[in-house]
Design a binder for this molecule. Structure first.
Ligand code: FDP
Length: 335
């Protein structure tokens, strides 16, 4: 093993020290809990059919999505990791109807965690990228059980955010508000190792990701931008574009962090009232924090995602346009 390698745990301890944290160890412990959940999920996702984790569970989540077996397993792994170690006071998950407080007798920690334990889970059965997304907020100071209102805080109040991509290799990507760093899971030693320090999104791009089957429902601004992308160098944008659609937000954002691009899940005629398709607290906000910490822009089309005021519904939806700074600004100029 490379003698110089930095593990996720040693990176977080060092980062806290550098930031002059009083080092209670609680925040480090919380990130460690999350990384343990992600390692457990990575192991099962990697085994796939051999672990018997493919297929549907036969249930639906609060938004009416059919739950996969692995959605529920990943959710349980997050809950187990977070409720037993005294770092977390409550959680909100895509797979739970309501926010979750801790059982009697468990120590209430100083943080709230929201998560999508298996983003892009429809990819699971076809062996394509899936991921986990999380956001960390400060818990109420009184150590009482949190309510939904305690989670209803704008993205600007996030203490940290991250995701774990389960792809050809598993990667844990983290921001604590001081840039973005990526760690690759070395399965031979069971550690996430810093492999992508100071990730920065290129400001310009000619690659976009959008589910074009929804085209007829989009607003005119997005319709026009899309048409201009397709027109390529003969159109007003003056360049040829490339298109990608992984159908897992973690995969799209990771590609954008690595080589630039824009990802759009915009408002459309069917989701206008709800505010969009993706979820604000455990998809939009954490990804917006990561993208902006990496030098990108994250908007609903009309305002910064992290300025959206939550309405108290843990499953509130939001429109998402994020990625390379200059390209997002071009898209916003169409709105
Ligand atoms: P999924 O529903 O499979 O979990 O979380 C929502 C999400 O995936 C994103 O990860 C992904 O980008 C998008 O939905 C995929 O949407 P489409 O079904 O429209 O492709």
């Amino acid at each position: 093993m490379d003698q110089q390698c930095t593990t996720l745990s040693s990176f977080i301890i060092e980062e806290n020290r550098r930031l002059g944290d009083k080092a209670t160890g609680e925040f480090t412990g919380l990130l460690n809990d999350i990384s343990i959940a992600c390692k457990g999920i990575a192991a099962l996702v990697n085994k796939g059919a051999l672990a018997g984790v493919l297929g549907v569970a036969g249930s639906e989540n609060a938004m009416g999505d059919a739950q996969k077996k692995m959605d529920l397993i990943a959710n349980d792994l997050f809950i187990d990791a977070l409720q037993n170690n005294g770092h977390c006071a409550g959680m909100a998950s895509e797979e739970l109807d309501e926010i979750l407080t801790l059982p009697e007798g468990k120590i209430r920690g100083s943080y709230l965690v929201t998560f999508d334990p298996l983003d892009g889970s429809s990819n699971m059965d076809v062996n394509i990228d899936v991921g986990a997304i999380f956001s960390i907020l400060k818990a109420p100071a009184d150590k009482k059980d949190p309510t939904a209102a305690d989670f209803a805080r704008p993205g600007t109040e996030q203490i940290a955010a991250g995701y774990c991509l389960y792809g050809p290799s598993s990667m844990f990507v983290l921001t604590t508000g001081n840039g973005v760093n990526g760690f690759t899971l070395d399965t031979s030693i069971g550690e996430f190792i810093l492999t992508h320090p100071d990730m920065l999104i290129p400001e310009t791009t000619s690659e976009f990701a959008i589910n074009a089957s929804n085209q007829r429902h989009w607003e005119p601004a997005v319709q026009q931008y899309f048409a201009d992308c397709l027109a390529g160098e003969d159109g007003p944008l003056g360049k040829d574009y490339n298109m990608r659609w992984v159908a897992a937000m973690v995969g799209e954002i990771h590609r954008i962090l690595c080589r630039g691009g824009v990802f759009l899940y915009p408002i459309d005629a069917r989701n206008r009232e709800a505010g969009g398709k993706l979820r604000l607290l455990y998809e939009g906000n954490p990804m917006a924090m990561i993208v902006e910490q990496a030098g990108g822009v994250a908007s609903t089309g009309y305002k910064s995602i992290m300025d959206v005021v939550p309405n108290g519904d843990p499953h509130q939806r939001v429109a998402v346009i994020m990625g390379s700074k200059q390209e997002v600004e071009i898209i916003l100029s169409y709105h």
